[in-house]
Design a protein around this ligand. Structure first.
Ligand code: UD1
Ligand code: CA
Length: 460
């Protein structure tokens, strides 16, 4: 039987004090809702439905996943009403419906899988995944009778002193059999908050003689809900540590794990060393035996084996092939590819530039929209003048070329294979292969000029 997943994400998230919808706030670089969506996609074969509110457009733009559908909750009338909005989308579902809150980013699929199998085994109509909270305030409390049987969920606002002391709380993950979804229509408006509480469905099911249970298999580190920025930081720290630990167990070496931020979907090869203050953002893959020195940010890039990224370097949407070295203080902008064993040194900026294998640009250069062959030497201070104020133009430097220091290459221009360009040249025409191009005015020396100048100055 197919399991459908519904994620409730239409809340405003007022407590975040932000114009960004709460569920799009990021934990380790991943929007909270994306985390929940990715977990749900691993569980449900009957599709994933996100219930969105007035921010539906932003959510659709940001969240990826081919089988994810969005439905609008017209008015923010509570979690019970939110699930009701999803009913047209799950009309054909004959099995269980898994419900998640969009603000619980740390949930792992294996725990929910276990929960679902307990739910099915118990032949329940409604099950709730619960956990023991260190501080239960804000969560719905799990009420049990004297024999320990689950009775209902009591929300904070409706809890008396005794209920408030209960530390077993509702995680916001539910399994509901499709045939019990009709109970949503029986939920009445909660007067204390003016909302229809989904949590009421458990008590209603029980009253109808249907089987219900709360399974306390969760842990706070996995099921904490994020309502405030402080909780967002807490969730980020839990996820950050989990990610670092997973990499450590796979053979990655960290000098100071406390100051490293790694996007959850990053792959890092064994024996790679990561120094302090390193940020590795989404879509990045790092090979084996690489070294990433301090204060580096790498985003959506592929870094090969044995690569060395020196201090304070930024790499975005680019590829660094094995054995290459980049930095310190380099900026590798989108669309660049650095070949094997190439060296990009201090204060070098690349944009949409290919650097051939073994090529070197060691100091102070801007190389944009350029194709640079293998074993090329780019002297210090070389600039590709790629922009004429209107359009960008290509610079081609073929294999084994030597570009002297402080050269400007006015694109479009090509330097042929094995050619030399004298230092201080402004290259405006193509340089044929094997030739030397020099373009600078000849030097003139005026003997004794300094002494004469001094004499003039003394005369006043
Ligand atoms: C909810 C539960 C609480 C549980 C806690 C777990 C209810 C009434 N309470 O409380 O028992 O312990 O989660 O974290 O469900 N949403 C909508 N439409 C709405 C209102 C909310 O889609 O009209 C969404 C929100 O975007 C959010 C989720 O539902 O992702 C939960 O809403 P929230 O206001 O955060 O509920 P809590 O007070 O945390
Ligand atoms: Ca919440």
């Amino acid at each position: 039987m197919k399991t459908a997943c519904v994620i409730l994400a239409a809340g405003e998230g007022k407590r975040m004090k932000s114009s960004l919808p709460k569920v799009l706030h990021r934990v380790c670089g991943l929007p909270m809702l994306q985390s929940v969506v990715d977990t749900a996609r691993k569980l449900g074969s009957g599709g994933v439905i996100v219930v969105a509110g007035s921010h539906i457009k932003e959510l659709k733009e940001e969240i990826t996943g081919a089988d994810v559908r969005f439905v609008l909750q017209r008015e923010r009338k509570g979690t019970g009403d939110a699930l009701k909005s999803a009913l047209p989308e799950i009309r054909d579902c004959r099995g269980s419906v898994l419900v998640f809150n969009g603000d619980t980013p740390l949930i792992r699929p294996q725990t929910v899988r276990r929960f679902l199998s307990l739910h099915l085994k118990g032949r329940n109509a409604v099950s709730v995944l619960s956990f023991k909270a260190e501080d239960p305030s804000g969560y719905g409390r799990i009420a049990r009778d004297d024999s320990g049987e689950f009775v209902r969920i009591i929300e904070e606002k409706d809890a008396d002193a005794a209920a408030k002391r209960v530390r077993e709380v509702n995680s916001g993950v539910y399994a509901i059999e499709s045939k019990a979804l009709g109970l949503l229509g029986d939920i009445t408006l909660n007067q204390a908050k003016g909302e229809y509480y989904l949590t009421d469905i458990a008590g209603l099911a029980l009253r109808k003689g249907l089987r219900t249970a709360a399974f306390p298999i969760g842990h706070e580190e996995e099921f904490m809900g994020v309502n405030t920025r402080e909780e967002l930081l807490l969730a980020s720290e839990v996820m950050r540590l989990g990610i670092v630990r997973a990499h450590i167990s796979k053979g990655v070496n960290f000098i100071d794990p406390a100051s490293v931020f790694i996007h959850p979907y990053t792959v890092i090869g064994r024996d790679t060393t990561i120094y302090p203050n390193v940020f590795i953002e989404g879509g990045t893959k790092i090979g084996r035996n690489a070294t990433i020195y301090p204060n580096v940010r790498i985003s959506r890039s592929i870094i090969g084996d044995h690569v060395v990224i020196l201090d304070s370097t930024v790499i975005e949407d680019s590829i660094v092939s094995s054995g290459a070295s980049v930095g310190p203080f380099a900026h590798i902008r989108p669309g660049s590819k650095i070949g094997e064993k190439a060296r990009i040194g201090n204060f070098v900026e690349l944009k949409k530039t290919l650097i051939g294998a073994g090529a070197k640009a060691s100091h102070l250069s801007y190389l944009g929209d350029a194709k640079i062959g293998s074993n090329v030497n780019i002297g210090a201070g070389t600039i590709t003048c790629n922009y004429d104020g209107k359009n960008k133009h290509l610079t081609v430097i073929e294999d084994s070329v030597f570009i002297g220091s402080d050269t400007q290459l006015i694109a479009p221009v090509k330097v042929g294979r094995g050619a030399y360009v004298g230092a201080g040249s402004t290259i405006t025409k193509d340089v044929p292969s094997g030739s030397l191009a020099v373009s600078r005015t000849e030097q003139r020396n005026i003997p004794g000029w300094a002494k004469k100048r001094q004499a003039r100055a003394e005369k006043g």
